[in-house]
Design a protein around this ligand. Structure first.
Ligand code: FAD
Length: 385
């Protein structure tokens, strides 16, 4: 087993790191201040650099590289902030992957190249007011009417709502109950009958817009069906990769908090010496390092095992769950190690703590990942009803 990145990967990581450190901090600060999402200019820039299609097939406009390569790119950008990294997360790990893997050819050809070129943002809309963890209770319904499908329902917590150009909407596509009746359809933003609720303000995630989506007799072509009824399993397989993107966001936030605080404890003096000279501080930074490294190895395992395919539910849930708990703990430790300065908005750590917390809710809560892990261990799903 080789734990080192090859030369190409090291070069890719270095290139993205240099770009991120020199060009993104100002933009990230502005986004944090205004809560305006990443601009189209920035998204175009990412597209020119290939960041939006790292692990998407070259026939569809991507770079055709591995999921690990996409992790490396996302991490370097997300160390600056999750909001500037969000377009990369959405294209390399989000709903575009479900389209690239499972949608009919025509839809793939129509959508994926545009995403890679920075001409289209696609968000995912699964959750509903009464269907969060119990996603298979969702009620948004699709009825087929000749060559069109008509979508009716209300969606909640969609990251990118209002900003994205199209939405992969999970919906009930047959009368079969539970997961069996669920499929997904791509709904473009400009469709008649689609509207958005008021902007939601989260504790963190500024610059990643969130809102309800109302679908009132929205008509789209049958060619927009991503997967038909019965395709829930495929959607979840693609979601196993989204979990790895979520893990990367958590890891990047934690790594950047650790990097920051490591400098801080060497600079900050109390009792006439750097605070890193106190053993209690040494123990904290050693623990943070172990947590971050362990998280990185779990993530790399999940994406490397997946190769060009999709990760297993066990590998991706373990990686996500560990990283989600780890980032809360590591950013909390970093904040504490900076005393009053950690708690001040003049310094970056309180934002990292707020941003870090959300990943353990988004993409399925920490506890439901643990249930997935236990199910994989015993080889059967546990009945939640
Ligand atoms: C920052 C952020 C971004 C998001 N982005 C999106 C998005 O882009 N698209 C989208 O569709 N959704 C998105 N979501 C929604 C997210 O997927 C849901 O919030 C999440 O699945 C939990 O659902 P809920 O909020 O309804 O909580 P609930 O399901 O009501 O859960 C409440 C609590 O009960 C626990 N619980 C529930 N059922 C069980 C069980 N069977 N066993 C153990 N514990 C259980 C949960 O772990 C949780 O602690 C986002 C959420 C956040 C916070």
């Amino acid at each position: 087993m080789d734990f080192t990145l090859n030369e190409d990967q090291q070069a890719l990581q270095e290139t993205v790191r240099k770009f991120a450190v020199s060009e993104l901090p100002e933009i990230a600060l502005e986004i944090e201040k205004t809560a305006a999402p990443a601009s189209h200019d920035l998204i175009k820039r990412y597209a020119e650099m290939g960041f939006l299609g790292v692990n998407l097939p070259s026939e569809l406009g991507g770079l055709g590289l591995s999921h690990l390569d996409a992790v490396l790119v996302l991490e370097e950008v997300a160390k600056i902030s999750p909001a500037v990294a969000f377009p990369i997360f959405e294209s390399c790990f989000g709903p575009t992957l479900a389209i690239a893997h499972f949608a009919p050819d025509e839809l793939k050809q129509r959508i994926v190249p545009k995403v890679c070129a920075g001409e289209m943002i696609v968000a995912v809309s699964m959750s509903e007011p009464d269907a969060g963890t119990a996603l298979t209770d969702l009620t948004t319904k699709v009825e087929t009417n000749g060559d069109t499908v008509v979508v009716n329902g209300t969606k909640r917590w969609c990251s990118g709502a209002g900003h994205a150009d199209a939405y992969v909407v999970y919906c009930r596509m047959s009368d079969e109950p539970g997961a069996k009746g669920i499929g997904a359809v791509l709904v473009e933003k400009d469709r008649a009958g689609l509207s958005f609720g008021k902007p939601e303000y989260h504790m963190g995630f500024r610059g990643i817009p969130s809102a309800d989506i109302y679908l009132d007799k929205v008509e789209v072509s049958v060619e927009n069906i991503v997967v038909p009824a019965g395709g829930f399993r495929q959607l979840m397989e693609a979601f196993d990769l989204e979990r790895c993107g979520n893990t990367t966001m958590s890891l990047a936030i934690a790594q950047s908090a650790l990097d920051y605080v490591l400098d801080y404890v060497q600079d900050r003096k109390q009792f006439g010496k750097a605070v890193v000279d106190f053993q209690a501080v040494q123990l904290q930074i050693a623990e943070m390092k172990m947590q971050v490294d362990a998280s990185r190895l779990l993530l790399y395992r999940a994406v490397v095992n997946a190769s060009q395919g999709l990760p297993s539910v066990a590998d991706s849930s373990i990686a996500k769950c560990f990283a989600n708990e780890m980032v809360r703990d590591v950013t909390g430790k970093a904040l504490q190690l900076m005393g009053g300065y950690g708690y001040s908005t003049e310094y970056p750590i309180e934002q990292k703590m707020r941003d870090g917390w959300g990943w353990g809710i988004a993409g399925g809560t920490i506890d439901i990942q643990k249930i997935n892990i236990a199910a994989a261990m015993v080889g059967r799903r546990f009945q939640q009803r």
